[in-house]
Design a protein around this ligand. Structure first.
Ligand code: NAP
Length: 323
């Protein structure tokens, strides 16, 4: 019998239970994947709390995982039993084995371990579309990233620096700021100790930044707009402090700003696009442009503890759950 983490009602981490779980055989176009590592993401907490709607009566959280193909359904031709694979989906990954559509899987190159793959499928593909599509940052730009020492944040810092972009970051506490500076950030501001607007304006000689990648939301969005250069871009891709409230379209007129609120799954809906982005991501890991940092590990059965730590801002880099 397999096992899974489930929630029967939305709630806090205590809503999560480790239970026996039955997995069906793969149907047409499907594959059974035995998980070796599952990634933890802030989106898992949005689903668990009920902020994001559930796909059914119960929730299995978990947005990314890696493992080995254990069985193939009819019609699957581009995968074989024994292949190392990884994927990202909105939820459903917190289990020991899972049936997945074959066209949502990517094969893992030798240079990418299962644990690293499980930590970058959601976070790394997010960093990829943010800096290539939401605001395509180019050599010579200066941008601001909030929660710079987090899972997505540490990947963004490294990737931006490699593109010749000057990345300024915010993070909660001196240790997190030091960590961010070791991962590509030119400057990291402890936004729990002081306001971040003045240091950003000083660092840009009063001009402001070309773009802000803001995943914190409620506590930062006003300051993010205040840090933008004329015609700058506000990319809000998350809400770890709570949903943005009070935003008005006219706020963009303060500097002819552009604003977008992107979601990863709209950037990887087509299999070709998913695999092309994953290819870039794995290439960046293989050539050491990115060194993913797995900062915490928990047994999969202890996922509730991992949720508590993530929401209490106790984690740095990525966190991985081991079945
Ligand atoms: N739209 C998309 O496509 C997409 C995809 C992936 C992730 N995301 C978003 O990106 C963000 C980062 O995700 P992640 O999984 O890598 O998480 P993470 O950054 O590792 O963890 C969240 C961080 O947010 C910061 N934070 C600020 N205020 C907070 C508060 N009130 N409560 C909790 N944390 C707070 C904390 O860092 P400090 O202590 O440094 O403040 C915390 O460590 C999340 O908002 C997530 O929803 C969006």
């Amino acid at each position: 019998m397999e096992h899974a983490i489930i929630a029967r009602e939305p709630g806090g981490p205590e809503a999560l239970d480790w239970v026996e779980w039955e997995v069906h055989d793969p149907d047409e176009g499907e594959v059974l994947v035995r998980h070796s590592a599952v990634g933890l993401n802030f989106i898992d907490t949005y689903f668990r709390s009920g902020l994001y709607p559930w796909p059914g009566e119960i929730l299995i959280p978990g947005g990314e995982a890696a493992g080995v193909v254990e069985a193939l359904g009819p019609g699957v031709e581009d995968l074989q039993v024994g292949d190392r694979v990884a994927y990202t989906t909105p939820n459903g990954a917190c289990c020991t084995a899972r049936v997945m559509p074959a066209d949502r899987l990517v094969k893992l190159p030798d240079a990418v371990s299962d644990e690293v793959a499980a930590s970058v499928m959601l976070k790394g593909l997010t960093a990829h579309y943010l800096i290539h599509d939401s605001y395509p940052a180019t050599d010579g730009d200066t941008v601001l990233v909030h929660a710079a020492a987090g899972g997505v944040g540490l990947l963004l810092g490294q990737w931006l620096r490699a593109k010749g972009v000057r990345a300024l970051g915010t993070a909660g506490g001196a240790e997190k700021c030091e960590l961010a500076c070791r991962h590509g950030y030119d400057l990291a501001i402890d936004y729990r100790a002081r306001d971040f607007i003045d240091p950003v304006m000083e660092a840009t000689e009063g001009l402001g930044v070309d773009a802000v990648y803001d995943s914190v939301g409620r506590d930062t969005w006003r300051g993010s707009l205040a840090c933008l250069k004329k015609r700058g871009s506000f990319v809000n891709f998350g809400q770890s402090s709570g949903a943005i409230e009070g935003f008005e379209f006219a706020d963009l007129a303060k500097g002819s700003f552009t604003a977008t609120r992107p979601v990863l799954f709209d950037f990887i809906a087509a299999t070709d696009e998913l695999r092309a982005r994953a290819g870039d991501l794995f290439g960046a890991i293989a050539d050491s442009t990115l060194t993913p940092r797995v900062g915490q590990r928990w047994p999969l059965a202890h996922t509730a503890e991992a949720h508590r730590a993530l929401e209490a801002r106790e984690t740095t880099g990525a966190s991985v759950l081991i079945p």
